[in-house]
Design a protein around this ligand. Sequence first.
Ligand code: A2P
Length: 268
Amino acid sequence: MSLDEAPKTEFPIPAGVFAQTVTSVEHYTDRLFKFRITRPSTFRFRSGEFVMIGLPNAEKPVFRAYSVASPSWDEELEFYSIKVPDGPLTEHLQKIKVGDTVLMRKKPTGTLVNDALLPGKRLWMFSTGTGIAPFASLIRDPETYEKFDQVILTHTCREVGELEYGKQLVKALKEDPLVGEMAQNLRHYCTVTREDYPFQGRITDLMASGKVFEDLGVPQISPETDRGMICGSMEMLKDTKTALEGFGLEEGANNKPATFVVERAFVD
Ligand code: A2P
C-alpha cells in the first residue's frame, strides 16, 4: 500500500472541546477566507465574543483565538480568517472543506460586547483586516441597534479585494428580513491604504484630519454622544486608542463599562 492510500491518522478529540462540522468555506483573496461550522446546541455566546479554534490533527492541537463573526441568534457559527503561510493553525485551516471537523473550546469571552459600553448615541466600530470579524457579529445583532441610534463600521485594508467580505455582509444585512430595517442605521466606511480607492488612508489619519467626519457628515467624536470598539493589529489598537482618548473617551471593560473598548486577544 502506498503512503497516499494509507488511512489518515485519527487523533482523539481532546477533553473539554466541541468537535463541529464545517458547513461552508469561501475564499476571498489568497490571504483571506470565511468558514462556517455547526453550532453545538449548548453553546451560548454574546455577539462580539471570541472562542479558541483548532483542528484534530495532533495529540495536543494548536488553538488560536477567533471572533465568532455570526450573531448570537444564528444556528451556525461563522469565522473569518487570515491565511498565514507557515502559521501553525492557519496553514492547515485554510485547506478545510465542507464535512471536515473543527475543534472549539467551550468558553467564549471578549471585551467587544455591548455590555462593556455605557449607553450613547453613536457607536463606532474601528477595524482593520480580519479585525472586522467581531463587528460582523455585532452589526447582525438587533441589540446593537436597540442600544445605539447610529452605528458606524470603519474597515481599513491594504487592498480593495480585502474589503469584499465586509461589503457582502453589509449588503446581505440590509436586505435581511430580521434586522434589515434596523440596519438602515448602519454606515459602512471602507478605506484602502495601498491601492487606489475613493476613500484612502489609515483611519487614525482620517480622524486626525477630520476627513472621516466630513465624509460621513457627522460631528467629531465626543464622550457625550460617541462610543467606540477597536479591533486590529497591536499598532492599530494602540494608535486608535490614543486617538479616542484625544477626543476624551475612556477605555472600559466588562466589569467597568466606559466609552470605548479594545480587543487584545488576537495580538501575539
Ligand atoms: P498601511 O497599509 O498603511 O500599513 P495589516 O494587514 O498590517 O494589519 O494592515 C491592515 C490595515 O491597517 C492596512 O490598511 C494598514 O495600513 C492599517 N494599519 C496598520 N497599522 C496601523 C495603525 N497603527 N493605525 C491605523 N491603521 C493601521
